[in-house]
Design a protein around this ligand. Structure first.
Ligand code: FAD
Ligand code: UDP
Length: 377
């Protein structure tokens, strides 16, 4: 176990996910500070943690994590700690008895409606069915304003209600805007410049980030149990921001998931990494890890995601009311110059992994501008 009885630490970092690990690495390696990184879970990596299951298949216990970014600096930063395997994620949605490409593209529309449109005809088709929405404010506006109500109902409304327990009309535009619409036949889920998976997994990458004499890691530990016992100067907090302030403005809604993991005695379970089920079942999607990792194995492991309100906080819920409530907490964070709040839960932002890394690198540059190397893009 880590010895925390020494002369104390410069930084106490709460949470060993991307936000905490990037800051631990930078503070220790670049600024020479002594860092104590604590997590209440029994492992590093936060929600990106991966591990081998009983069958020996590399799985993501907290759901499928696919790395994609347009940021060269984020990609280069992480490349110090891992080699990569190229991986382009593909998703099919089960709609009207067919498995169709999502994001909606030319093949989706042609196969769904039995048409034979070309790309320019599809543009005209979308224009004919799209509803006028003016400025898209909600997640409903974004979709009906682009592809009309039928595709919205078939691909987005049911999935979104399951995932968030809210109608798309109650959610910010940014949520469904994550999924583009295409008029060509590109069936990749992402189009970022860099689409890769860490060759030996996320956990190995985190281990290499944290392998430094100035970094001590304490797992199975809630920071509240040690913050008075261990001397530290500055805290980096990456947990839920409302919990830090004892929910004094009420609980911020975070959406949770129940993950059902299964192993099957077959080499391949489904044709692509993820199959979405917008309209049937209580789960939203099924992901098969071997597509992501490239692992070869006679069996295969999959995960079903069942959205729920209670449980570990995974998603901030982007609505105008929640943004308002978050702003109260954000104002409180400014009364604590001894603590820096970073990451998806602490800044209540629906961030992907690369955005969290970029936010953590930018935070480091703000905290330690001298000798901090090149600023991120
Ligand atoms: P986290 O990883 O949540 O880390 C926070 C850590 O703080 C946790 O380990 C927690 O245990 C710890 N903590 C909290 N409170 C305390 C406390 N009191 N004491 C001690 N420790 C505490 N992003 C992508 O880019 N691509 C994807 O494909 C993708 N898929 C996703 C799928 C799912 C199902 C989910 C939920 C998220 C996905 N993401 C994906 C997003 C990605 O998980 C996050 O962007 C990223 O992991 C956030 O990192 P973080 O460090 O901010 O938070
Ligand atoms: N979404 C949907 N149907 C789909 C895929 C996504 O309605 O087939 C909506 C849904 O609201 C979802 C959001 O778009 O929560 C963002 O999807 P993404 O795949 O980015 O979700 P994440 O991987 O972050 O869970």
């Amino acid at each position: 176990m880590t010895d925390v009885t020494g002369p104390g630490f410069d930084d106490l970092i709460v949470g060993a996910g991307f936000a905490g690990a990037v800051l631990a690495e930078r503070l220790a390696r670049d600024a020479g500070r002594r860092v104590l990184l604590v997590d209440r879970r029994p492992h590093i990596g936060g929600n990106a943690y991966d591990t081998y299951d009983d069958a020996g298949i590399l799985i993501h216990p907290y759901g499928p994590h696919i790395f994609h970014t347009n940021s060269r600096s984020v990609f280069e930063y992480l490349s110090q700690f891992t080699a990569w395997r190229p991986y382009q994620h593909r998703v099919l949605a089960s709609v009207d008895g067919q498995l169709l490409p999502i994001p909606i593209n030319l093949d989706t529309v042609n196969r769904l409606y039995g048409l034979n449109l070309c790309a320019s005809e599809l543009d005209a088709y979308f224009a004919s069915v799209a509803e006028p929405v003016g400025t898209a404010r909600t997640s409903e506006d974004v979709v009906v304003g682009r592809v009309g109500r039928d595709l919205y109902r078939k691909f987005f409304q049911g999935y979104t209600r399951k995932q968030w327990d809210l109608d798309p009309s109650e959610l910010d535009a940014s949520v469904t805007a994550r999924v583009p619409v295409r008029t060509n036949r590109d069936d990749r889920y992402f189009t970022d410049t860099h689409q890769v998976m860490p060759l030996h997994g996320y956990t190995r990458m985190f281990q290499r980030m944290l392998d430094h004499p100035n970094i001590s890691v304490l797992l199975n530990t809630d920071y509240r149990d040690i913050q008075e016992l261990v001397p530290w100067q500055h805290m980096i907090y990456t947990g839920p921001v409302d919990a830090f302030f004892d929910h004094c403005y009420g609980r911020l809604p975070y959406r949770s998931l129940h993950f059902e993991h299964q192993t099957h005695a077959t080499e391949q379970f489904q044709a692509v990494g993820t199959v979405n089920h917008p309209n049937e079942y209580a789960f939203t999607r099924v992901s098969e890890f071997k597509h992501l990792t490239g692992q070869r194995h006679p069996q295969t492991s999959v995960v079903y995601e069942y959205p729920r309100a209670d449980g570990d906080p995974y998603y901030p819920v982007p609505t105008p009311e929640n943004a308002e409530q978050y702003r109260c907490y954000e104002a409180l964070t400014r009364t604590r110059p001894d603590v820096t709040f970073v990451g998806r839960l602490a800044t209540y932002r629906y961030y992907n992994m690369d955005q969290v890394v970029a936010q953590a690198l930018a935070t480091y540059h703000r905290l330690h501008p001298v000798g901090a190397g090149a600023a991120p893009e």
